[in-house]
Write a protein that binds this ligand. Structure first.
Ligand code: SAH
Length: 403
């Protein structure tokens, strides 16, 4: 039978319009400055077609790049590559492989870490965390969702996981008009996964734990504070005991406090996994506990404050700063002489500068002489790109009481 040669055809004008976005000079300039987002307000002409990969031009027809197009989002376009790049399974495999190889050095220290940190890894709106043999992913934009098949195949080919779980129960997806199912995309995924982090074991909860199952972003800070811990220790906002387990290796006694009973139930199980018998678990509001301990003139040699984001929106920043100041002031007063406080904020809207200012104000009110020993950020597998502020959100400080 004669074979019919397939001749590539130029796209018809109608389909070109479906996948062409034209952006304002301001949008193009933002892209040139290293930020992959182009907002709806900078769209001169939206692609006529559905969510997916499109080509972006500026008003003079010059190519800006190829991008993910999200028709319902304020972030209309997320740039991926040059305009002439072919965004297919091979492209995703290459991008993901680069992100994975960058993490090679982390694997000896921990079996759970972030493999793909969205925009920071050139994979806008894609989060992929590794928990041992399993992956937990979040496809956080409509444009990315259109690439789901290629991405799942690329992850499978690159990592060969035993299973991939989608944790799509997040607000970002609802804002993009996407479903919020928690579902298996490949293989099978257990309810709990035992992971090891710098010698400490804990159970991550990929299906229903916070974030993708654990707070991986503080991993290096947990290890650091664990090395320095001693004496009587306090881990406020403990969740499943992540800091407390590290503190317990060197401190004499640790109080792990959280307002969530289920989190503390898992914290107890995690303590048992590590044969840690020097942790007391306390289900209480941290504000109330710290106030009471301050009035009772309690003293701790090591304190960790790792609260949830107090400012989820910009408008909430002033109230959040009051909350941060309150707990930090109390914690500073609770420090024994030469005691150490590790304090953090994961509110994106509270900048590092404002966080440090707040600590200065709390220190001034505390009546203590406090040294700033280290300013810390998120773990290396959550890279914070200088030109993309949204990739960074954790601020941490290590403070020592000198009096
Ligand atoms: N330090 C943890 C993560 C903490 S997440 C880790 O490294 O894994 C924040 C925790 O604070 C959650 O477990 C939440 O239940 C708890 N929390 C929120 N508000 C609280 C409050 N007012 N008092 C005590 N715990 C609180």
């Amino acid at each position: 039978m004669p074979t019919v040669p397939t001749v590539p055809t130029a796209p018809a004008p109608a389909s070109a319009l479906a996948t062409l976005a034209v952006v304002s000079a301001r949008g193009a300039q933002r892209a040139a400055g290293g930020h992959p987002w182009i907002f709806r307000s900078d769209l001169v002409r939206a692609p006529a077609g559905p969510a997916g990969v499109v080509v972006v031009h500026d008003g003079r027809g010059r190519p800006v790049g190829s991008a993910l197009w999200s028709p319902r989002s304020e972030i209309a376009l997320r740039l991926l590559d040059r305009a002439d790049a072919c965004i297919d399974r091979t492209w995703w495999t290459d991008r993901i492989a680069r992100a994975v190889s960058r993490r090679a050095g982390i694997a000896p220290e921990a079996t759970a870490f972030r493999l793909v940190h969205g925009e920071a890894d050139g994979c806008p709106s894609l989060v992929c965390d590794r928990y041992g043999d399993w992956l937990v992913v979040q496809l956080l934009s409509a444009g990315l969702e259109a690439c789901r098949t290629d991405i799942v195949r690329a992850l499978t080919d690159t990592v060969r996981p035993a299973g991939i779980l989608a944790r799509h129960d997040v607000g970002a997806r609802r804002r993009e008009g996407l479903g919020s199912d928690v579902e298996v995309l490949a293989g099978e995924v257990p309810r709990a996964i035992r992971v090891v982090e710098h010698g400490v074991a804990y159970l991550a909860a990929p299906w229903d734990g916070q974030k993708t199952g654990a707070f991986l972003d503080q991993r290096e800070n947990r290890a650091l504070v664990g090395e320095l811990a001693r004496g009587r220790a306090l881990d406020c906002f403990s969740y499943h005991g992540s800091f407390a387990l590290h503190l317990a290796r060197r401190a004499a006694r640790v109080t792990a406090l959280d307002s969530s009973g289920p989190a503390l139930t898992r914290a107890r199980a995690n303590a048992a996994l590590n044969d840690a018998t020097n942790i007391d678990f306390l289900e209480e509001d941290a504000f109330a506990f710290l106030k009471r301990a301050d009035h009772a003139r309690e003293r701790y040699d090591t304190i960790v404050l790792d609260p949830p984001a107090f400012a989820k929106a910009r408008a909430a920043v002033p109230a959040a700063l009051r909350g941060y100041k309150e707990i930090n002031l109390r914690a500073m007063r609770l420090l024994a002489p030469l005691g150490l406080l590790y304090t953090a904020s994961c509110s994106f809207h509270v900048s590092r500068a404002r966080f440090l200012d707040m600590l200065g104000e709390a220190a001034a009110d505390s009546g203590r002489r406090l040294a700033l020993r280290r300013v810390l950020g998120q773990a290396a597998d959550h890279p914070e790109i200088l030109t993309i502020p949204e990739t960074g959100y954790i601020k941490g400080a290590l403070i020592e009481a000198l009096d």
